[in-house]
Design a protein. Sequence first.
Length: 285
Amino acid sequence: MESQMQLSGQLSDWSVNDLLQIMQVTKKSGSLDIDGERRARIFFGEGRVTGAELMGAKGSYLGADRSGIADILYVLSGLENGTFSVGPADGPEIKGWTVEEILADVEALRSLEGEVVDAGLFEATGVRLIHEIEGPITIEPEDWHALVTLVQPFTFNHLEVKFGRGTAVRIFHTLHRLGMAEAQVAEDGESNWLDRLAEDVSPGASTPNWLENLPEPEPEPAKIELVVEPAEEPEPVHMSKAAEARSHSSKVSVEVKGVSAPASTTLTDGVYDEIRRLRSRVADK
């Protein structure tokens, strides 16, 4: 039975990278506990890294593969204060990876970080994708995963409100044509809005629920008689015969065909004259 390594100390004396090398050289199986600004546990099997766990206030992040382990060690690589200790071997029983392989991945991440910092993206108040690109691009599967992670689930209604119905239809059609989207089923087992709409309008279905709350159509306005009350006659002035005839009429009662309005509508003498002139033009044609 392999004896447990008795090793503990301060991170100010031993860096995380140094401790990884010690575990590999001694070919020990165990767990390396880190307790500082970050708390973590790195698992070893015969000197090879088999897993890692990063603990935080909101839970733990498990690194079960090479990429996940590199992510955790990338976070831990900058620690200079805290303590460490070697505990029992309670990690995954797999072959694992050499320390050199993991540290190579960590160094690659550090190089990528430098490029991102130089581009000014780390300190930006917000980052968004550009609307236009200069030419065709090829997205590898691992890069596509990064893009998908940025886009949260959305609905047709969300896009319609933001861009309008026509643009929303074009966006959904493009995503469908390129095979880049799939319908998401609600957690309660209900299908998405498009499936529910299809069920509503299927043969034999009752009135679609999206029509139930539409307002009742208003009755067609009845034809009304328009009565025009002339204003008080001012001081006598010279008028045309047509205007003089109108001024001597105490009440003008007409039926305006083709014009409908609610009973509360009031037309002044000037509006009535405009309507009559429009009708006379149509009649002359």
